[in-house]
Design a protein around this ligand. Structure first.
Ligand SMILES: Cc1cc2nc3c(=O)[nH]c(=O)nc-3n(C[C@H](O)[C@H](O)[C@H](O)COP(=O)(O)O)c2cc1C
Length: 176
């Protein structure tokens, strides 16, 4: 992605509106999106490194992993932290709120692709922790589900192949 090619606020609002049209059981609309652009991406990268340091015993820390956590958010013009609101003991079980939020995330990525943007979903373990939720300002009723990276593809870069197994390995038709 081209880290220096800005994605307009108008376009971001369009893709977020498409995300917001996702299916939702009980109309709970559990998805939450925290959108990082400009200098906020660096603050996000720094926070991910700090959380990694806090949660990883010194003997287990990997320098390359730590560097990547800090650097990757700076490589895309837009990084979106995704979270699901889950009410413990509520009418809608946690798994359904996570599924609905994943539907919203996929809507967002499809909408972004339709508008010429590239995207990918990334879930380094620190992004799935309560510490990251707290850093985002979310309380214990939220589950963070990783980061969506968005941006215009760099000119001349061909997207990598997207291999999938033969479809029939994943589908069963039953007529009776
Ligand atoms: C929930 C979820 C989490 C993912 N986490 C990662 C990740 O942490 N690192 C990674 O390289 N790809 C991750 N991926 C895969 C990428 O988002 C992307 O699908 C992959 O690079 C393949 O690209 P393609 O979908 O265009 O084939 C994740 C995908 C999903 C759905």
């Amino acid at each position: 992605m081209d880290p220096d090619r800005e994605v307009s606020r108008e376009l971001l609002l369009e893709v977020l509106a498409d995300a917001h049209a996702a299916p939702t059981h009980g109309l709970t609309q559990p998805w939450r999106f925290h959108v990082f652009t400009d200098a906020a991406r660096a603050r996000l990268g720094d926070a991910l490194q700090e959380i990694y340091d806090c949660l990883t015993p010194e003997s287990a820390r990997k320098a390359d992993k730590r560097v990547k956590l800090g650097a990757t958010p700076r490589l895309s013009p837009v990084v979106i932290a995704v979270a699901a609101r889950v009410v413990p003991g509520g009418k809608i079980p946690e798994v359904e709120e996570v599924i609905a939020t994943a539907c919203a995330a996929q809507n967002l990525m499809l909408s972004a692709h339709g508008r010429g943007l590239g995207s990918y979903w990334s879930t380094p373990p620190v992004t799935l922790t309560t510490e990251f939720a707290t850093w985002l300002g979310l309380d214990e009723t939220h589950r963070t589900l990783g980061l969506l990276y968005l941006g215009y593809p760099l000119p001349g870069v061909t997207p990598p192949p997207s291999p999938r197994n033969p479809l029939e390995q994943h589908v069963v038709f039953r007529a009776e």
